[in-house]
Structures are given as C-alpha cells and as structure tokens.
Design a protein around this ligand. Sequence first.
Ligand code: HEC
Ligand code: HEC
Ligand code: HEC
Ligand code: HEC
Ligand code: HEC
Length: 178
Amino acid sequence: MIHNDTLSAVFVGTALWFTAGLVPAAQQATQPRPKFISPTPAQPIPFSHRVHIAKAGLECKNCHPVPEPGEFATIPKTSKCMSCHRTVEKDDPAVRRLAEFHNENKPVPWRRLYRIPDYVYFSHKDHLAKGATCETCHGPVHERDVLRKEKETSMAACMKCHRAQKASLSCNYCHEQR
Ligand code: HEC
Ligand code: HEC
Ligand code: HEC
Ligand code: HEC
Ligand code: HEC
C-alpha cells in the first residue's frame, strides 16, 4: 500500500487546485503566489516517484530514457507499468484503474507540468551531455510523492543558466533550429 500521507497529499493538492479556481481574481491579486510554487495538478492515478525509486529500485532512465534524437525525456506507456503491476498490488484501486487504461489501450491522461512552446528549441540530450542533472531543472523528484512544477522554464530561467555557464544568449540559439 502507498502510505496515507501520500493520499492525503493528493487530496490537499486537489483542494488547493479547486480553491485557487474559485477565489475571485481581485482577491487573488492581493495574495500573490510565491514565485516558484505552482499548484499540484490532480493526476488521474496517484503516482509516487519516491515509492518507485525507493521501493521498486527504479532509476529515472528506466521510465524516461531520452530516446534519439534526445529532445524529449518521454513519459512511460502503461505497458511499462504493467510489467510489474500485472502482479504487484494488482487489487489496489489505483492499480486497477491503471489496468483499465491499459486494457482499453488508452494512454493515462497525465496532467503535464513542464512544457515549453513549440517555437523554442530544447534538447534533453544536449543538456545532460553538458553535465546538467534531472535535479537541476526538475528538483529532487526522487523525494516526491506528488510532483508539481517546482523549477521555472521561462526564458529568463534559461538565460540565467546560459549566462552563468557561458552558453550562447543569442536569440536564434533557442528560437531557430540552426
Ligand atoms: C519495477 C516494478 C514497477 C514498475 C515498472 C511500476 N511500479 Fe508501481 N509500484 C511498484 C511497487 C514495488 C510499488 C509499491 C508497493 C508497496 O507500497 O509496497 C508500486 C506502487 C504503485 C502504486 C500504489 C499502489 C498502492 O500501494 O496503493 C501505484 C498507483 C503505481 N505503483 C502505479 C504505477 C504506474 C502508473 C507505473 C508506470 C508509470 C508503475 N507503477 C510502474 C512497482 C512498480
Ligand atoms: C516507474 C516509472 C518512473 C520512474 C522510475 C520515474 N518517473 Fe518521472 N514520471 C513518471 C510518470 C508516470 C510521470 C507522470 C505522472 C507525474 O507527473 O507524476 C512522470 C513525470 C515526471 C516529470 C514531470 C513531467 C511533466 O512535464 O509532466 C518529471 C520532471 C519526472 N517525471 C522526472 C523524473 C526523474 C528525475 C526521475 C528519477 C529521479 C523519474 N522521473 C523517475 C514515471 C516515472
Ligand atoms: C536543462 C534543464 C533540464 C534538464 C537537465 C532536464 N530537463 Fe526534463 N524538461 C526540461 C524542459 C525545459 C522540459 C519541457 C520540454 C518541452 O516542453 O519540450 C522538460 C520536460 C521533461 C519531461 C516531460 C516529458 C518530455 O520529455 O517533455 C520529463 C518526463 C522530464 N523532463 C524528465 C527529465 C529527466 C528524467 C531528466 C534527467 C535525466 C531531465 N528531465 C533533465 C528541462 C530539463
Ligand atoms: C543548468 C544550466 C542550463 C539551463 C537551465 C538551460 N541551459 Fe541550455 N545549455 C546549457 C549549456 C551549458 C549548453 C551548452 C553550451 C555549449 O555547448 O557551448 C546549453 C545549450 C543549449 C542549446 C544548444 C544545444 C545544441 O543542441 O546545440 C539550446 C538550444 C539551449 N541550451 C536551450 C535552452 C533552453 C530553451 C532552456 C530553458 C528551457 C535552457 N537551455 C536551459 C545550460 C543550460
Ligand atoms: C536560452 C534560450 C533562449 C534564448 C537565448 C532566447 N530565448 Fe526567447 N524564449 C525562450 C523560452 C524558453 C521561451 C518561452 C517561455 C515560456 O514558456 O513562455 C521564450 C519566449 C520568447 C518570446 C515569447 C515571449 C512571450 O512573452 O510570449 C519572445 C518574443 C522571445 N522569446 C524573444 C527572444 C529574443 C528577442 C531573444 C534574443 C534577445 C531570445 N528570445 C533569446 C528561450 C530563449
């Protein structure tokens, strides 16, 4: 079983998400959100990175292999999950929901956290090759029962690191395929 605190974290996240939507805009303006904190989206299945890394002994690359040409880390298909969950915790309600998606041949509709517009060029492979780690851009994912976007992917955030590491700041570096 996943621990109760995981489940309550999911519910707290859901509650915050809904509350944020109900607060009138004027009131929200007087309560500015802290800068790097974004709401935790309600996921269709409660998935814990912490449990899967600590208990199932998985590494990031087992589920996010960064396939060639290396632009995306990718999100695993249900078949990957089912390689264990055909037997592991198969009577758990969340695992049953997972099996339903799989049997109906539907992808799990995960709410995405990190997304940059299509007009920006970005490569996971190239950044990993330059020594960046997953944690640099996504935080300590292995400690998280529920993920939220905890690092910025704004142009300013990209620029900040490019400036610090003496990578190019020219517009067409990121906005055109060279
Ligand atoms: C290498 C085997 C393995 C893979 C692959 C795997 N899991 Fe798990 N999963 C586990 C183990 C082990 C647990 C923890 C069981 C426990 O708490 O003792 C677990 C727990 C869970 C739970 C919580 C069940 C509960 O205890 O309430 C869910 C939901 C879940 N996994 C979903 C997924 C999803 C979604 C994927 C694919 C993205 C996935 N798992 C891939 C092994 C795996
Ligand atoms: C068992 C498979 C599995 C493993 C192992 C795993 N992940 Fe994930 N990851 C997922 C699934 C499923 C999602 C989508 C659900 C979610 O956001 O929690 C996801 C989502 C993410 C996201 C958010 C993507 C987005 O834009 O929505 C990041 C970032 C991420 N993982 C990083 C990591 C890192 C870093 C590691 C290693 C420390 C790791 N993952 C290990 C399955 C896995
Ligand atoms: C230099 C910053 C950076 C590093 C390092 C990085 N990521 Fe990402 N990651 C991003 C950005 C930016 C996006 C959004 C990409 C997009 O929308 O095209 C993203 C998206 C993702 C996603 C969503 C699916 C996808 O591929 O778009 C996952 C999963 C993910 N990253 C996992 C990882 C893992 C695992 C590592 C380590 C192996 C890692 N990331 C390293 C910046 C980074
Ligand atoms: C952790 C620091 C860091 C962050 C954060 C970062 N970059 Fe980079 N980036 C680098 C370094 C270092 C290089 C390699 C420079 C070199 O090769 O001279 C690079 C290279 C690149 C390249 C060229 C790679 C290639 O294929 O030739 C692009 C495009 C790029 N970054 C876009 C981005 C975008 C877009 C973001 C934000 C979403 C971003 N970067 C965030 C450090 C970073
Ligand atoms: C290191 C990568 C990087 C470089 C260099 C860069 N940009 Fe960007 N730019 C981004 C990213 C990432 C976004 C998207 C941010 C987001 O998620 O909305 C963006 C967005 C934009 C947008 C849309 C902004 C908006 O508010 O919608 C414009 C316009 C833009 N950039 C112009 C420029 C110009 C002009 C330069 C040169 C001075 C430049 N960029 C250099 C990464 C970069």
